[in-house]
Design a protein. Structure first.
Length: 283
């Protein structure tokens, strides 16, 4: 496994792989790798011949008062995970490599970023799209792999790639969960044992939503009310939003007709956790 710390070195290594006829798979990460990231690496290895994992804690997607300084950076552990998973190159640039001067160019995807997490994190997604655009230009992958847990992010990035005619495919992989249903996340480590137990109510509320829709309840208001009642069983949970939205526009809907995205964001202690599922009233 190679470790590239500069743009020049990653470009040279990828060029060699492309000359050899290999398809390039990119797994963009901020490090603190867990089984969810490993599942993305495994998907990339199945669908491409040369896998690049980027590890970069991107400062432009953190808002004021968020956990940028505290965000875990266990680089040696991450490199070990990548090597064991069979990654070909880890691209681990410094902030100066990615942002050599004050960043004044942004990629903005409007409307899709104004709902769900975009309401409370208004500058978050422009940081995400800007760093992804830069990584796509640097690595020039044939495919890039993201997790369904970050559903809004995947919709936004797909839209960016389509509208800017970027020559790559975005692959969205299923959310990986622990045995109790909690979606794996690097922020789970901020939870105390009791808070982690409370956090399982997030997935339980999503399961309740699926159950209601499959039994014929399609009006959104009573579904959200029941989901809210489940989350409110734990006093540690502060609900940011519970939303049922169109899978393409991310706009709110009143009734579930066909497929919809059900998304939740909560604060538990110092951790902000998100989760979602796709539901289909026609199934």
């Amino acid at each position: 496994m190679e470790i590239a710390k500069t743009i020049e070195s990653i470009e040279a290594l990828v060029k060699t792989a492309k000359v050899a006829g290999k398809r390039i798979g990119l797994v963009p990460t901020m490090g603190a790798l867990h089984i969810g990231h490993i599942s993305l690496i495994e998907a990339a290895k199945k669908q491409t011949e040369f896998v690049v994992v980027s590890i970069f804690v991107n400062p432009t997607q953190f808002g004021p008062g968020e956990d940028f300084e505290k965000y875990p950076r266990p680089i040696e552990d991450d490199l070990g995970i990548c090597k064991k998973a069979g990654v070909d190159i880890v691209f681990a640039p410094t902030p100066e490599q990615i942002y050599p001067s004050e960043n004044i160019e942004w990629v903005n995807v409007e409307k899709l970023t104004e709902t769900l997490c975009g309401k409370s994190r208004p500058e978050h997604f422009r940081g995400v799209t800007t760093i992804c655009a830069r990584l796509f230009n640097i690595v020039a992958p044939d495919m890039a792999f993201f997790g369904q847990k970050d559903a809004q992010q995947t919709v936004v990035i797909k839209k960016m790639v389509a509208d800017l005619n970027m020559p790559l495919k975005i692959v969205v992989c299923p959310t990986v969960r622990d045995s109790d249903g909690l979606a794996v996340s690097s922020r789970n480590k901020y939870l105390t044992d009791e808070q982690r137990k409370d956090a399982t109510l997030i997935y339980k509320s999503l399961q309740k939503c699926r159950e209601l829709i499959e039994s014929g309840t399609v009006d959104v208001e009573p579904i959200i009310a029941q989901m809210r009642s489940i989350l409110e069983q734990a006093s540690s949970i502060v609900i940011e939003y519970i939303s049922i939205v169109d899978t393409q526009t991310l706009g709110a809907i009143n009734r579930v007709n066909g497929q919809a995205l059900v998304a939740i964001a909560v604060k538990i202690g110092t951790a902000r956790l998100i989760d979602n599922i796709l539901v289909d009233a026609n199934r």
